[in-house]
Design a protein around this ligand. Structure first.
Ligand code: FAD
Length: 287
């Protein structure tokens, strides 16, 4: 299928890209790896008249540590996240999750910015960003602002970004050394989106859970931050009772649609299985 016609722009600076968006407003969209946008254009689900390609903007590609934060430029690819020694050491759930996205061909081109800004509840990185307490930095004609990942998703393909803003970086508070983490994803086959998936990040202090966050992928119109599921673990030794309570809280907020991946009650049940496995694995990994 061939997408409708569009004008292609390739700015070399962020300010130039923002000016292009401001000039064309709703008629323009940024393109990063194109691995979600181009399929949508081919299906005529999106028809931007102007595409603003971000790939020549050098400042959007870096992965670095800045004070207490890990900062990942929006144009860093999923493959670069997997290959980053910094991320592997400081926040290994990022590589673990990126490795479960699609296949190497997609990951070489697909970016972190495109994955989290897309607003597709099937994308894997948003739930992980919610569990990590990440913040998205956006820049537009009125300047810069930070939006918590937990507040960013407003509906399916609907986010807190305005049409003239660009997500420039994902900022992640560096988790404490020895934290436990896991991203558990059930999919029908390699390369598929999740039937259900769960991200868990937690910290143990002398065997007791001092911090825990749980988030879910593809079991509602948006990624879900399961606040009460995390709270059910804090102050416990993450025993069977605590895990049962966390699973109950997480499945209570799941509202999956029935689709080719299964009926709604099956996907809700599966979300619970993913949460249970992720908690258990995160606990095993926590020092
Ligand atoms: C066969 C296949 C299988 C896939 N399987 C999975 C999977 O299992 N899990 C998963 O998570 N993903 C999957 N994907 C999606 C893939 O990860 C995409 O690359 C990703 O969702 C979008 O990243 P992108 O860089 O390609 O963004 P694009 O497609 O270029 O953009 C996506 C959207 O985000 C907007 N956007 C992009 N960058 C920015 C920015 N910096 N600021 C503001 N808006 C921006 C665009 O305007 C567009 O609306 C799959 C894709 C394919 C083709």
């Amino acid at each position: 299928m061939i997408p409708p016609g569009f004008e292609y722009h390739r700015p070399r600076s962020l300010d130039e890209a923002i000016s292009l968006l401001a000039a064309h407003d709703d008629a323009a969209r940024v393109i990063a790896g194109g691995h979600s946008l181009i399929p949508m254009m081919k299906l005529r689900l999106a028809a931007p008249e102007h595409l603003v390609d971000l790939q020549d903007i050098a400042e959007l590609h870096a992965i670095r540590s800045e004070g207490q934060n890990l900062v990942i430029g929006a144009m860093a690819t999923q493959a670069e996240m997997i290959g980053s020694e910094l991320l592997a050491k400081a926040c290994p759930i990022l590589g673990e999750t990126a490795l479960q996205i699609a296949d190497p061909q997609v990951r070489y081109v697909g970016t972190i910015g495109g994955n989290v800004a897309n607003g597709d509840p099937g994308n894997d990185l948003p739930a992980v960003m919610m569990a990590l307490g990440a913040v998205y930095r956006a820049k537009g004609p009125k300047g810069e602002r930070d939006i918590a990942a937990r507040d960013f998703y407003q509906g399916t393909f609907l986010t807190a970004l305005s049409s003239t803003e660009i997500l420039t970086a994902v900022r992640i508070p560096t988790p404490p050394a020895g934290h436990g983490y896991a991203y558990e994803k059930q999919k029908r086959k390699v390369g598929d989106y999740a039937t259900a998936a769960a991200a868990v990040v937690l910290t143990l202090s002398q065997g007791s859970c001092s911090r825990a966050a749980v988030a879910l992928t593809n079991v509602a119109g948006t990624p879900l931050f399961a606040l009460h599921a995390g709270q059910a673990l804090v102050g416990t030794r993450i025993d069977g009772t605590a895990i049962d309570a966390a699973v109950k809280h997480a499945t209570a907020i799941a509202q999956p649609a029935a689709d080719q991946r299964g009926p709604a009650d099956f996907r809700t049940h599966l979300a619970g299985v993913m949460v249970r496995r992720a908690i258990q694995r995160a606990k095993e990994r926590a020092a």
